[in-house]
Design a protein around this ligand. Sequence first.
Ligand code: NDP
Length: 473
Amino acid sequence: MAAVGEWHCEKRPFDKSESFANNNENVPDTGCLSIIVLGASGDLAKKKTFPALFNLYRQGFLQLNDVHIFGYARTKISDDDLRDRIKGYLPNGNDVTEDVKNFLLLIKYVSGSYDAPEGFQALDQAISEHEFSKNSIEGSSRRLFYLALPPSVYPPVCRMIKSHCMNKSDLGGWTRIVVEKPFGRDLESAEELSSQIGELFEEPQIYRIDHYLGKELVQNLLVLRFANRLFLPLWNRDNIANVQIVFREDFGTDGRGGYFDQYGIIRDIIQNHLLQVLCLVAMEKPVSLKPEHIRDEKVKVLQSVLPIKDEEVVLGQYEGYKDDPTVPDNSNTPTFATAILHIHNERWEGVPFILKAGKALNSRKAEIRVQFKEVKQPGLEMSTAQSELDLSYRQRYQGVVIPEAYERLILDTIKGDQQHFVRRDELKAAWEIFTPLLHRIDKGEFKSLPYKPGSRGPAEADQLLEKVGYVQT
Ligand code: NDP
């Protein structure tokens, strides 16, 4: 593969420090930091959020003297109960090393409801006590609220934070909130949620996590594209035949069928994660690496996507999915989907972008396949061939510690870098693409075809790929 070199921008050279630039120049990066995990009793908190915080702590990104972590939820448990719940999910947590012990001591738990002031007032008091104990000038502290909660409670929780838990002074510091997908079920519900949160917080305070954007390979896509003289001139319709963005799992819904059934594979994977990757693959070179410039270009890609045609979609549901007692017997929810997207602009006119995701397939993989138009084979004859350029990440960087997406994204939130978070207009444009199709699936007008678990998905999906010019390699 070609070496990744400097990003040569026409307007200005690549400055690596920019990617970590604070999008609010006046916000200090130091001072007392309180990280508040709301929904601390839940699955995401124990499996992802707290372990990510531990890894940041272990790597020295969270300073013992400055940081405190608060868990908040309705469940009535003690600080130690919460620590015990988390321990088993930390790397070597059951060994209780010095690192684990010190980290767990940073965590305090406050119990309260999500829609009444008392709990949030108690939370505010606990945060303030920590801030004063650290001799932080009131107001120069930083408060990061991580909503590891079902989206139905985002609006009341945001109202409570706004009323009771904001950073108290305008001397400096900040209050930021991190929210998890799903951001709505369709365009209308997403816009409603955005408006409710938007009335309380400014866009630079809201960090919508798409954890795909925290993945190392995804983070490197822009560098790969724009800092690389091999790819730069080739990245267009003249040279590229098709692009395929794939997510495959070799297991089914594993007892979480009831939860999955409310969403389906398009809402769970394609409308967010795969579409974000599509943006990074297809966007034009941003004016600079500033988060807003990058997000501006992503929005333009989404707005250039043409309406999806019925004949360019294949939906599937694996046999046995409905055996899960929590899944309705008449469920039409797709566990597999292939959809062809077309981007109506000069660079990509006529190039199919194939988005494909599925559960219970024959392999587990996340990959981007860019198929170039045929090139001449070595030798004197004029025959052409497809050849592969493989950038498989784990194989290429064996032995290198690849940071977890959540660690990176939490660190970005602390630094105020919104590049890898979804902006409101981006979210809207993404829902605009898929909402008509989703509504038809919800109404049962677009049927999911059965496929065998452990297969490649419905045969019709491979036929569709062939039709749009994908060459099986
Ligand atoms: P949980 O169902 O475990 O909920 C988290 C906590 O929220 C619970 O412990 C509970 O705390 C509280 N809660 C649950 N249901 C309700 C309700 N109906 N009303 C009020 N409070 C409720 O969710 P997860 O931790 O799995 O996920 C949290 C968020 O993150 C969700 O939006 C999810 O979609 C998203 N997400 C989750 C992932 C995962 O791996 N789990 C991956 C990606 C996104 P208590 O009762 O103590 O108040």
